[in-house]
Design a protein around this ligand. Structure first.
Ligand code: FEO
Length: 403
């Protein structure tokens, strides 16, 4: 019988390989990433002559995972726990699991430091563990696991695990998507590329260099998966080639002729400017998206940012500074460090002004090439100021066409 919110049992993916994770139907926020469709924490159980659990789940879901494991084996008989990543959405249930099993933990050296930080009361000294590194193998008897360090995808300790015989790559955060679904495969749910793009933009965007290195290591180890099983969302099988190509394009910072006009407004003036700029970009034959910061989540805006060549940020001046939503967005943007972007600033003010200059400085701090000067309009834009907005729109469209 299911407990509240728990849907379905363990799922056999192929002989001896099971999904035993948890579905977070009501998860709506992942450290600042808005997840309107929930998410999953995927754990996988590999059964050869010996058994290994690959990753655990976020702590409130430990019981759900343990019940699914129990449908296949007695958890106390588990031989190994592979900790691909110590972030609590994957390692949170370790303590609960370790109460039931003496399974040896396999983890990267960097992971051990983090484990000792999160589980000081349990500590790795009391838990049987062994560090593994790229290329190490574990023979479970008829199933062989190969470990592959993937530092910064998403934390320094991140690792992936390849099941050699079935050619399944357990990719942890890599290739994930935040979707809650009772289905396990891409071909069962339709196109999830938009969710994969939003996940990449909000989680992995700053790590394009480690990602390019990771692809080189995959080639060196001749790892050619038939399935990629991340720790969030669905497993890639039908669209495997598509997601690999998309990741290479995103890591290389490939963009298209697309402009974003991102703004907030106090008394409507900055919005009038945003509309005029967007209208002009469109008239120049370039795709445009108009994104009000109080109507769109920053996670959604970052997804749109992924393949946009150019963007504009509009802020009214409030108390000599930025409008709060614009400040929030610029801080988030700086953390995600988008590559190969150009941008300009605009906004309205009453007396002192100043927001446009701050936006320009923050864009530079985020590593964005700033097209100066931006445009600052006093009180309300009329025809002369609207002409200035049209010029910005032309400038944005031209920059998008240049890339
Ligand atoms: Fe899904 Fe970096 O945790």
């Amino acid at each position: 019988m299911s407990t509240e919110g728990e849907t379905g049992g363990a799922v056999e993916l192929t002989k001896g390989v099971y999904w035993v994770g948890a579905i977070d139907w009501n998860g709506r926020d992942f450290h600042g990433f808005t997840t309107p469709g929930g998410t999953t924490y995927n754990s996988y159980l590999v059964v050869g002559e010996k058994t290994a659990l690959i990753d655990t789940v976020k702590v409130p879901f430990a019981g759900e995972m343990l019940r699914r494991i129990s449908q296949i084996i007695d958890p106390s008989k588990l031989d190994y726990i592979v900790v691909n990543h110590m972030e609590p959405d994957h390692s949170g249930s370790l303590a609960e699991l370790k109460k039931q099993t003496n399974a040896k933990i396999l983890i990267t050296k960097r992971g051990v430091d983090i484990l000792n930080g999160y589980f000081r009361d349990a500590s790795s000294e009391k838990w049987d563990f062994e560090t593994v590194q790229t290329g190490d193998q574990l023979d479970l008897g008829s199933k062989t696991l190969i470990f592959l360090e993937a530092p910064m995808l998403h934390w320094p300790d991140s690792m992936e695990t390849f099941l050699k015989e079935d050619r399944i790559l357990f990719s942890n955060d890599g290739f994930g998507q935040h979707i809650a679904t009772s289905k396990r495969y891409d071909f069962e749910v339709g196109d999830v590329m938009p969710e994969a793009a939003e996940y990449y933009a909000n989680i992995l965007m700053p790590f394009h260099m480690p990602l390019l290195s990771y692809f080189r290591v995959l080639e060196e180890l001749e790892i050619e998966p038939l399935q990629i099983a991340p720790s969030h969302g669905i497993i890639w099988k039908q669209d495997l080639k598509k997601i690999l190509e998309a990741y290479r394009a995103w890591a290389n910072g490939e963009v298209k002729e697309k402009v974003l006009v991102i703004y907030d407004t106090m008394w409507g003036s900055t919005e009038i400017m945003a509309n005029e700029i967007a209208e002009t970009v469109l008239a120049e034959g370039v795709e445009v998206k108009l994104l009000n910061l109080r109507k769109n989540t920053r996670s959604h805006i970052m997804k749109e940012m992924l393949d946009a060549a150019v963007f504009a940020v509009g802020s009214p001046t409030l108390n000599n500074g930025l409008f709060p939503t614009v400040g929030d967005f610029l801080i988030y943007l700086k953390g995600l460090r988008p590559q190969k972007k150009k941008a300009l600033a605009f906004g309205s003010y009453g007396w002192g002004g100043g927001a446009v200059k701050i936006v320009e400085q923050e864009l530079k701090n985020a590593g964005v090439e700033v097209l100066e000067p931006g445009l600052q309009v006093k009180y309300r834009p009329y025809e002369k100021e609207l002409e200035g907005c049209r010029k910005l729109g032309e400038q944005l469209a031209a920059a998008a066409k240049e890339q």
